[in-house]
Design a protein around this ligand. Structure first.
Ligand SMILES: Cc1cc2nc3c(=O)[nH]c(=O)nc-3n(C[C@H](O)[C@H](O)[C@H](O)COP(=O)(O)OP(=O)(O)OC[C@H]3O[C@@H](n4cnc5c(N)ncnc54)[C@H](O)[C@@H]3O)c2cc1C
Length: 492
């Protein structure tokens, strides 16, 4: 099969790339392993999408401060300068998203570490109100073919150029040749036992790019969200709730954030997440006190989620940190170009430099939209060149019973215990060794088998090792990479 632009992943970043490429006249194949839109993190985005109002300088400063001044100022400029046009042209004009508004205009929300109200939202379920119309719009474009339940397993490469990917659908594997390939495969939540991400967030795109030789950056910066409602069916309680005045209390009823940071509950995420974890360890429980305002009226979606799980918000919502977002990923330039020819990466699987060591709330949807549009435009215009592509071996498709499940559980335990919110150099070294062996066990099966389950496990094992290794090699605490016992650099 041949296509001009192969986009892998159907979250906001993949959709934006597909739209922009189609607008440039390209034939686009959008391959996604999702069978439902909710299999993308984009669907679950709550708080909303930040946008530049008349405040580009303060928006830029907020992003830089939240990142511990590690974000790339040039990348932040690209985001801030293109935000308004991207939101207006796609979300307002093309998709007609009905963001919350009143007679005075849009009801801009505020979240942690934003100095002002600049977040467009639809209740606290913004993602689905963007992704639903986006997928419907693309489905109507004659030049875009959406292939659901179709997983990219491996990139096709030849002499430093990417020529497409092997796609698996219904057990059949077929090379798809493309003029250019855009990876938009999202995050890595499946590497941790507690995550806000959908289950399929196995890091496939990052692993495929790394194995093909693409450069990665900042893989150690894994962001944990501080307020995930704990219980059998956990769910994220948006930062917007703290933005509207909710406060965190420990099991003794004490508010602890004012002692941790001048911005208290609106401190950067890494600070709040570590404080919540510490207070949970110390006192047994942390709750989000939503009594300062009428929770059910201001956040009807979240109130409904609480109700359906039997959580009484008047008693405080029980919360804990959970893995949420990978700040690093496939290194790309201002148009989403990776270090391999004709390979692009957008959204959470990419590293644009916007987030540095810690992401500012509600900038991820925006990054996916802005870079998706830029990369999609830049990816158009190349003809596919079918090359001799070796067959993926499938000599013995049956894996040992429960192989993938057992390895996955082990991998999550290692990541949770040693590569989580707080790390030590010794633990990271140990984790790297265990993960290297685990990856070796998976690789032994990959040589002769091609099931999607096995390739997802490979995605997990490669990405976990990359994160642990990057963390072990970075002796400096910053943002999401927090060493509880600082390593002293060697004098020589
Ligand atoms: C609960 C929650 C709330 C959030 N709230 C906000 C918010 O309010 N504001 C904000 O800015 N950000 C928020 N985020 C973060 C943000 O939603 C994500 O970072 C962003 O949506 C990622 O978009 P994406 O397009 O890169 O990836 P995703 O939306 O995750 O899409 C990835 C796609 O790739 C597909 N895929 C993966 N691997 C393969 C493969 N091998 N082959 C084919 N397809 C594949 C998946 O099926 C999926 O369709 C939130 C995240 C979560 C989980």
């Amino acid at each position: 099969m041949k296509t001009d632009v192969l986009v892998v992943g159907s979250g906001i970043a993949g959709c934006a790339a597909a739209l922009a490429a189609a607008r440039e006249g390209a034939r686009v194949t959008l391959a996604t392993k999702a069978t439902e839109p909710e299999h993308a993190s984009s669907w679950w985005a709550q708080g909303g999408i930040a946008v530049t109002r008349d405040d580009p300088d303060s928006f830029k400063q907020d992003i830089l401060s939240a990142s511990d001044d590690t974000a790339d100022p040039d990348a932040v400029d690209v985001l801030v300068e293109n935000a308004r046009t991207a939101v207006e042209s796609v979300l307002f004009e093309t998709l007609d998203v009905s963001f919350d508004a009143d007679d005075a205009g849009y009801d801009y929300g505020r979240e942690a570490a934003h100095s002002t109200r600049r977040i467009l939202h639809v209740d606290a379920s913004t993602g689905r109100h963007i992704l639903g119309p986006f997928l419907s719009h693309l489905a109507e474009l004659p030049s875009v073919e959406i292939r659901q339940d179709t997983a990219a397993l491996e990139l096709i490469t030849h002499e430093g150029r990417v020529h497409g990917a092997y796609l698996e659908s219904d057990g059949e594997i077929e090379p798809t040749f493309a003029g250019s390939t855009v990876l938009a495969t999202g995050g890595v939540g499946a590497l941790y036992p507690q995550s806000t991400n959908p289950d399929g967030s196995t890091g496939d795109g990052i692993a495929m790019a790394a194995l093909a030789g693409a450069e990665l950056q900042d893989m150690e910066y894994v962001q944990f969200h501080p307020t995930v409602c704990v219980g059998e069916d956990p769910f994220l309680v948006s930062e917007a709730v703290r933005g509207d005045g909710a406060v965190l209390r420990n099991n003794d009823g004490e508010r602890f954030m004012p002692d941790c940071h001048p911005d208290a509950e609106l401190a950067p995420r890494d600070v709040v997440a570590r404080a919540v974890a510490r207070e949970r360890d110390r006192t047994g429980k942390v709750t989000l006190d939503v009594s300062p305002f009428d929770f059910a009226t201001v956040f009807p979606d979240l109130a409904q989620m609480c109700e359906s799980r039997g959580v009484d918000w008047d008693a405080g919502i029980p919360v804990a940190p959970a893995e949420h977002f990978l700040c690093g990923g496939i290194a790309v330039d201002s148009e989403g170009r990776a270090s391999l020819d004709r390979l692009f990466a957008v959204g959470e699987c990419s590293h644009t430099g916007v987030h540095g060591a810690n992401r500012l709330a509600s900038t991820s949807l925006l990054e996916g939209l802005v870079w998706g549009l830029r990369a999609g435009g830049a990816a158009a215009g190349f003809d596919p060149q079918p090359i001799e592509a070796p067959e993926l071996l499938d000599r013995d498709p049956a894996l040992p019973a429960r192989f993938a499940e057992e390895k996955s559980v082990r991998l999550r335990r290692v990541m949770d215990e040693h590569v989580g919110l707080e790390r030590t150099p010794e633990e990271l070294k140990r984790a790297t060794g265990v993960l290297r062996r685990l990856k070796g066990e998976v690789d032994a099966y990959i040589r002769t088998r091609t099931s999607r389950e096995l390739y997802e496990l490979r995605g997990q094992s490669v990405t976990a090792l990359l994160i642990a290794r990057a963390a072990a090699e970075n002796p400096t605490s910053s943002g999401c990479h927090y060493l509880s016992e600082e390593q002293t650099p060697h004098a020589d």
